[in-house]
Ligand binder design. Sequence first.
Ligand code: ADP
Ligand code: MG
Length: 259
Amino acid sequence: MNDQLLLTSYLKTLRLPTMLRECPTVARQCSEADASYAMFLQQLAELEVQHRQAQSIERRIKQAAFPVVKELSAFDFAAVPKLNKKRVLELSRCQFIEQRANVVLNGAPGVGKTHVAIALGREACRRGYKVRFFTAAGLANAYHEAREERHLLRLENHIRHMDLIMVDELGYLPLDRTAAEHLFGFFSQCYEQTSLLVTTNLPFADWPQIFAGDERMAGALLDRLTHHVHILEIIGDSYRLNASVTRTRKQAKADKTST
Ligand code: ADP
Ligand code: MG
Protein backbone atom coordinates (compact mmCIF):
# COMPACT_ATOMS: atom_id res chain seq x y z
CA MET A 1 0.00 0.00 0.00
CA ASN A 2 1.32 3.45 -0.76
CA ASP A 3 1.74 6.09 1.97
CA GLN A 4 -1.38 8.01 1.02
CA LEU A 5 -3.58 4.93 1.19
CA LEU A 6 -2.09 3.94 4.53
CA LEU A 7 -2.67 7.41 6.00
CA THR A 8 -6.27 7.38 4.75
CA SER A 9 -6.85 4.03 6.36
CA TYR A 10 -5.30 5.11 9.70
CA LEU A 11 -7.31 8.33 9.86
CA LYS A 12 -10.48 6.37 9.10
CA THR A 13 -9.70 3.86 11.82
CA LEU A 14 -9.10 6.70 14.27
CA ARG A 15 -12.34 8.37 13.12
CA LEU A 16 -10.73 11.66 12.14
CA PRO A 17 -12.72 12.58 9.02
CA THR A 18 -11.91 16.30 9.08
CA MET A 19 -8.18 15.63 9.31
CA LEU A 20 -8.52 13.23 6.42
CA ARG A 21 -10.44 15.75 4.31
CA GLU A 22 -8.28 18.76 5.16
CA CYS A 23 -4.90 17.02 5.09
CA PRO A 24 -3.94 17.87 1.47
CA THR A 25 -4.92 21.56 1.83
CA VAL A 26 -3.18 22.06 5.17
CA ALA A 27 -0.11 20.17 3.92
CA ARG A 28 0.11 22.47 0.90
CA GLN A 29 -0.39 25.64 2.98
CA CYS A 30 2.20 24.54 5.54
CA SER A 31 4.75 23.66 2.92
CA GLU A 32 4.22 27.05 1.21
CA ALA A 33 4.60 28.83 4.55
CA ASP A 34 7.55 26.69 5.53
CA ALA A 35 5.72 25.76 8.75
CA SER A 36 7.02 23.09 11.12
CA TYR A 37 5.68 19.52 11.29
CA ALA A 38 4.30 20.34 14.73
CA MET A 39 2.41 23.32 13.30
CA PHE A 40 1.00 21.15 10.52
CA LEU A 41 -0.32 18.61 13.01
CA GLN A 42 -1.65 21.31 15.32
CA GLN A 43 -3.61 22.96 12.51
CA LEU A 44 -5.13 19.69 11.40
CA ALA A 45 -6.09 18.73 14.94
CA GLU A 46 -7.61 22.16 15.50
CA LEU A 47 -9.86 21.76 12.45
CA GLU A 48 -11.00 18.36 13.67
CA VAL A 49 -11.84 19.74 17.13
CA GLN A 50 -13.68 22.77 15.71
CA HIS A 51 -15.73 20.60 13.39
CA ARG A 52 -16.67 18.21 16.18
CA GLN A 53 -17.71 21.06 18.46
CA ALA A 54 -19.90 22.57 15.75
CA GLN A 55 -21.50 19.20 15.10
CA SER A 56 -22.26 18.55 18.72
CA ILE A 57 -23.86 21.99 19.12
CA GLU A 58 -26.01 21.27 16.10
CA ARG A 59 -26.96 17.88 17.53
CA ARG A 60 -27.92 19.37 20.89
CA ILE A 61 -30.02 22.08 19.21
CA LYS A 62 -31.81 19.44 17.16
CA GLN A 63 -32.44 17.27 20.20
CA ALA A 64 -33.83 20.26 22.10
CA ALA A 65 -36.73 20.35 19.60
CA PHE A 66 -37.25 24.10 19.62
CA PRO A 67 -40.33 24.98 17.55
CA VAL A 68 -38.63 28.00 15.89
CA VAL A 69 -35.26 29.72 15.74
CA LYS A 70 -35.01 32.75 18.03
CA GLU A 71 -31.89 34.57 19.17
CA LEU A 72 -31.26 37.31 21.71
CA SER A 73 -29.47 39.29 18.99
CA ALA A 74 -32.84 39.64 17.22
CA PHE A 75 -34.70 40.66 20.37
CA ASP A 76 -35.63 44.32 20.50
CA PHE A 77 -35.08 45.16 24.17
CA ALA A 78 -36.20 48.74 23.55
CA ALA A 79 -39.73 47.41 22.94
CA VAL A 80 -39.87 46.17 26.55
CA PRO A 81 -37.91 48.74 28.56
CA LYS A 82 -39.05 47.24 31.88
CA LEU A 83 -37.31 43.97 31.10
CA ASN A 84 -33.85 44.03 32.62
CA LYS A 85 -31.55 43.40 29.66
CA LYS A 86 -28.54 42.94 31.91
CA ARG A 87 -30.27 40.13 33.79
CA VAL A 88 -31.26 38.42 30.56
CA LEU A 89 -27.68 38.59 29.28
CA GLU A 90 -26.46 37.33 32.63
CA LEU A 91 -28.83 34.36 32.38
CA SER A 92 -27.53 33.64 28.88
CA ARG A 93 -24.19 32.81 30.51
CA CYS A 94 -26.01 29.79 31.98
CA GLN A 95 -24.65 29.88 35.52
CA PHE A 96 -28.18 29.19 36.72
CA ILE A 97 -27.93 25.76 35.06
CA GLU A 98 -24.78 24.95 37.02
CA GLN A 99 -26.63 25.97 40.17
CA ARG A 100 -29.70 23.89 39.21
CA ALA A 101 -31.75 27.05 39.57
CA ASN A 102 -34.91 27.82 37.61
CA VAL A 103 -36.11 30.73 35.50
CA VAL A 104 -39.68 31.93 35.23
CA LEU A 105 -40.65 34.34 32.47
CA ASN A 106 -43.94 35.96 33.20
CA GLY A 107 -46.00 38.24 30.98
CA ALA A 108 -49.05 38.71 28.80
CA PRO A 109 -49.36 36.99 25.40
CA GLY A 110 -47.10 38.34 22.66
CA VAL A 111 -44.56 40.16 24.82
CA GLY A 112 -41.68 37.89 23.81
CA LYS A 113 -41.55 35.19 26.51
CA THR A 114 -41.09 32.29 24.11
CA HIS A 115 -38.58 34.29 22.08
CA VAL A 116 -36.38 34.96 25.13
CA ALA A 117 -36.82 31.39 26.39
CA ILE A 118 -35.76 29.78 23.09
CA ALA A 119 -32.85 32.20 22.75
CA LEU A 120 -31.62 31.24 26.23
CA GLY A 121 -32.13 27.56 25.41
CA ARG A 122 -30.09 27.80 22.22
CA GLU A 123 -27.32 29.58 24.07
CA ALA A 124 -27.32 26.76 26.63
CA CYS A 125 -26.95 24.25 23.76
CA ARG A 126 -23.98 26.22 22.46
CA ARG A 127 -22.41 26.08 25.88
CA GLY A 128 -22.66 22.32 25.97
CA TYR A 129 -25.85 21.76 27.98
CA LYS A 130 -28.52 19.26 27.09
CA VAL A 131 -31.79 21.08 26.63
CA ARG A 132 -35.35 19.99 25.84
CA PHE A 133 -38.26 22.23 24.87
CA PHE A 134 -41.86 21.32 25.73
CA THR A 135 -45.07 23.25 25.85
CA ALA A 136 -46.90 22.59 29.12
CA ALA A 137 -49.65 20.81 27.18
CA GLY A 138 -47.06 18.84 25.18
CA LEU A 139 -45.29 17.77 28.35
CA ALA A 140 -48.53 16.63 29.99
CA ASN A 141 -49.30 14.76 26.80
CA ALA A 142 -45.87 13.12 26.73
CA TYR A 143 -46.56 11.78 30.25
CA HIS A 144 -50.01 10.63 29.23
CA GLU A 145 -48.69 8.73 26.22
CA ALA A 146 -45.76 7.30 28.15
CA ARG A 147 -48.14 5.92 30.75
CA GLU A 148 -50.51 4.48 28.14
CA GLU A 149 -47.63 2.81 26.37
CA ARG A 150 -45.94 1.77 29.61
CA HIS A 151 -42.70 3.58 29.11
CA LEU A 152 -42.95 6.16 31.85
CA LEU A 153 -39.54 5.11 33.12
CA ARG A 154 -38.02 5.90 29.74
CA LEU A 155 -39.52 9.41 29.79
CA GLU A 156 -38.29 9.95 33.35
CA ASN A 157 -34.81 8.80 32.35
CA HIS A 158 -34.86 11.15 29.38
CA ILE A 159 -35.79 14.02 31.71
CA ARG A 160 -33.12 13.02 34.24
CA HIS A 161 -30.58 13.19 31.45
CA MET A 162 -31.29 16.84 30.63
CA ASP A 163 -29.59 19.93 32.05
CA LEU A 164 -32.37 22.36 31.18
CA ILE A 165 -36.01 21.69 30.44
CA MET A 166 -38.26 24.39 29.08
CA VAL A 167 -41.96 24.42 29.85
CA ASP A 168 -43.62 26.95 27.60
CA GLU A 169 -47.11 28.37 27.97
CA LEU A 170 -47.94 27.15 31.44
CA GLY A 171 -51.36 28.54 32.26
CA TYR A 172 -52.67 29.05 28.75
CA LEU A 173 -54.73 25.91 28.99
CA PRO A 174 -56.15 24.57 32.24
CA LEU A 175 -54.92 21.04 32.92
CA ASP A 176 -57.24 18.23 33.91
CA ARG A 177 -56.57 16.32 37.12
CA THR A 178 -54.37 13.65 35.52
CA ALA A 179 -52.32 16.17 33.53
CA ALA A 180 -51.89 18.30 36.66
CA GLU A 181 -50.64 15.25 38.59
CA HIS A 182 -48.21 14.39 35.80
CA LEU A 183 -46.81 17.89 35.81
CA PHE A 184 -46.59 17.84 39.59
CA GLY A 185 -44.58 14.61 39.33
CA PHE A 186 -42.39 16.24 36.71
CA PHE A 187 -41.68 19.34 38.82
CA SER A 188 -40.90 17.13 41.83
CA GLN A 189 -38.49 15.01 39.81
CA CYS A 190 -36.65 18.07 38.55
CA TYR A 191 -36.37 19.75 41.94
CA GLU A 192 -32.69 20.55 42.57
CA GLN A 193 -31.73 18.09 39.80
CA THR A 194 -32.60 19.75 36.50
CA SER A 195 -33.04 23.44 35.75
CA LEU A 196 -36.40 24.53 34.47
CA LEU A 197 -37.25 27.50 32.30
CA VAL A 198 -40.97 28.17 32.56
CA THR A 199 -42.97 30.75 30.64
CA THR A 200 -46.39 31.69 31.91
CA ASN A 201 -49.05 34.34 31.48
CA LEU A 202 -50.38 33.87 35.02
CA PRO A 203 -49.08 35.32 38.29
CA PHE A 204 -48.17 32.67 40.89
CA ALA A 205 -51.32 33.48 42.88
CA ASP A 206 -53.39 32.14 39.99
CA TRP A 207 -51.49 28.87 39.58
CA PRO A 208 -54.09 26.75 41.39
CA GLN A 209 -56.27 27.46 38.33
CA ILE A 210 -53.72 25.68 36.15
CA PHE A 211 -53.50 22.68 38.45
CA ALA A 212 -57.12 21.59 38.39
CA GLY A 213 -58.00 24.06 41.16
CA ASP A 214 -55.87 22.16 43.66
CA GLU A 215 -54.34 24.80 45.94
CA ARG A 216 -52.25 22.31 47.89
CA MET A 217 -50.71 20.80 44.79
CA ALA A 218 -50.04 24.23 43.24
CA GLY A 219 -48.54 25.43 46.54
CA ALA A 220 -46.22 22.44 46.87
CA LEU A 221 -45.17 22.78 43.25
CA LEU A 222 -44.48 26.50 43.56
CA ASP A 223 -42.52 25.84 46.71
CA ARG A 224 -40.13 23.59 44.76
CA LEU A 225 -40.03 25.69 41.61
CA THR A 226 -39.33 28.96 43.39
CA HIS A 227 -36.81 27.67 45.94
CA HIS A 228 -33.98 28.72 43.61
CA VAL A 229 -35.49 30.94 40.96
CA HIS A 230 -34.86 33.94 38.74
CA ILE A 231 -38.12 35.65 37.91
CA LEU A 232 -38.29 37.94 34.90
CA GLU A 233 -41.40 39.91 34.21
CA ILE A 234 -41.94 41.09 30.67
CA ILE A 235 -44.32 43.99 30.79
CA GLY A 236 -45.36 45.61 27.53
CA ASP A 237 -47.73 45.48 24.62
CA SER A 238 -47.99 42.48 22.38
CA TYR A 239 -45.14 42.67 19.87
CA ARG A 240 -47.19 40.59 17.45
CA LEU A 241 -50.11 43.01 17.71
CA ASN A 242 -47.88 46.09 17.41
CA ALA A 243 -46.13 44.60 14.38
CA SER A 244 -49.43 43.88 12.67
CA VAL A 245 -50.80 47.36 13.49
CA THR A 246 -47.65 48.93 12.01
CA ARG A 247 -47.99 46.69 8.94
CA THR A 248 -51.65 47.63 8.50
CA ARG A 249 -50.85 51.35 8.85
CA LYS A 250 -48.02 51.10 6.32
CA GLN A 251 -50.31 49.22 3.94
CA ALA A 252 -53.07 51.82 4.34
CA LYS A 253 -50.54 54.60 3.65
CA ALA A 254 -49.24 52.77 0.58
CA ASP A 255 -52.81 52.19 -0.67
CA LYS A 256 -53.59 55.87 -0.20
CA THR A 257 -50.54 57.07 -2.15
CA SER A 258 -51.15 54.59 -4.98
CA THR A 259 -54.77 55.75 -5.49
P1 ADP B 1 -45.11 35.22 23.98
O1 ADP B 1 -44.43 33.92 24.10
O2 ADP B 1 -44.85 36.16 25.13
O3 ADP B 1 -46.58 35.09 23.69
P2 ADP B 1 -43.49 35.44 21.61
O4 ADP B 1 -42.13 35.28 22.18
O5 ADP B 1 -44.05 34.25 20.92
O6 ADP B 1 -44.50 35.97 22.72
O7 ADP B 1 -43.49 36.69 20.63
C1 ADP B 1 -44.41 36.82 19.56
C2 ADP B 1 -43.68 37.18 18.27
O8 ADP B 1 -43.14 38.49 18.39
C3 ADP B 1 -42.51 36.26 17.99
O9 ADP B 1 -42.36 36.12 16.61
C4 ADP B 1 -41.31 37.01 18.58
O10 ADP B 1 -40.10 36.70 17.92
C5 ADP B 1 -41.72 38.46 18.35
N1 ADP B 1 -41.24 39.34 19.42
C6 ADP B 1 -41.82 39.54 20.62
N2 ADP B 1 -41.17 40.47 21.33
C7 ADP B 1 -40.13 40.86 20.56
C8 ADP B 1 -39.07 41.81 20.74
N3 ADP B 1 -38.97 42.57 21.84
N4 ADP B 1 -38.16 41.94 19.73
C9 ADP B 1 -38.27 41.21 18.60
N5 ADP B 1 -39.26 40.31 18.37
C10 ADP B 1 -40.17 40.13 19.34
MG1 MG C 1 -45.24 32.04 23.91
